[in-house]
Design a protein around this ligand. Sequence first.
Ligand code: EPZ
Length: 421
Amino acid sequence: MEYFEIHGGVPLEGEIKVFAAKNSVLPMMAAAILAQSGTTRINNVPDIADVRTMSEVLRRLGAEIEFDRQNNVLWINTENIRSYEAPYDLVSRMRASFLVMGPLLARFGTARVSQPGGCAIGARPVDQHIKGFARLGAKVTEEGGYTVARAKKLIGNTVVFDRPTHTGTENIMMSAVLAEGRTEIINAAQDPEIVDLAKMLNKMGAKIRGAGTSIITIDGVDTLRAVEHTPIGDRLEAGTYLFGAIATGGRVKVKNVSPASLRTVLCKMMDMGAEVTTGRNYVAVQMRGRPRAVDIITDPFPGFPTDLQPMIMAALTIAEGTSVIWERIFENRFIHVMELQRLGANITISGDRATVVGVENLDGATVMASDIRAGAGLVIAGLAARGKTVVKRVYHIDRGYQRLEERLRLLGASIERYDEN
Ligand code: EPZ
């Protein structure tokens, strides 16, 4: 297995351009299923494991996929789809594969997708997705670890989520676009990636209004066509570099990201004492000295994103003062805490709250990544720590970041990838 070796204490300095948002690209790949003809083109796509997994899911359905690695362009043709099943071995590798359920149901009236199961950060049920499909008239059953949905024709209806769900909103949106009549999604997730997906679906011929608010209205149409789309920049990749600058007392400018997609995060960075400057599609952060402690509550967008919780925690371990982080989205998203403690962080957990007492310095150690964002948080901590840090199981990080070590070296970091054997 591969690991990163980091020599910390070097401030991150420089400019970097982020790729398209992973959490835009994955639903857009599923949305390509909705195009009855033509080839979908998605630009600036990162070369990451999750994109390769979703490509494999679509190939198993019968789609043709090409990825131009030089130019990060993805081509998808779904004219010859002849299977409607997303198998266990792929869905268990990436739960976002469940996003093919809505498009398969909408276009073919049938879908059989392995239940995603939990992951390191929580149980992550899909009950809200299933309730939504049923509200649109689908018959949904569980058969041998698979969720099977059937519908001669989906009929528009009102779908109310008990709580905002990011991919649940996307799955229902992608099934309602070909349903008969009007669908209203109440208590929809408002993430920028959902607005981005709605833009692409409308380009394909859909009639969606209200994406980005808690009520989304979709008027069903008969067919959708393949289009070209350039997704928004990845606010989570951007946040990773920005918190890296804060944790190392550096100065970083991230391009191709909208400040509006990070507004809550940028406010917290300023509370930590960072100088933040923004433009139409860039954010720059400069940190002089130690950050100040701040309290964090993770919440659905526009609240503080749970996906940046491990990164801000890494920066807060060396802050002046005590911070309380309340993780309200996932029930088990503190696995990185034990690893940060190995670096000398002073953190105590009680239930869904972590109390971080800032220390002067972290000291390098060997730590282990448990999921994409925990891994990225540990890399940030290693960049800030004195001496050598080894981050093991970087395959978790490779799911969401294209060669993170090469990108961080562009910003002056001392980080190398090695293979254990
Ligand atoms: C999306 O996951 C993202 N993944 C996650 O990013 C992100 O952490 C999460 O949203 C929260 O922002 C993609 O977009 C591919 P949810 P998703 O449904 O849609 C509960 C990353 O690092 N829930 O918004 O699965 C759920 O358990 C990944 O890129 C139900 O109870 O998250 C959680 O507590 C990690 N029933 C809360 O809602 C459901 O049917 C929010 O989950 C669905 C969700």
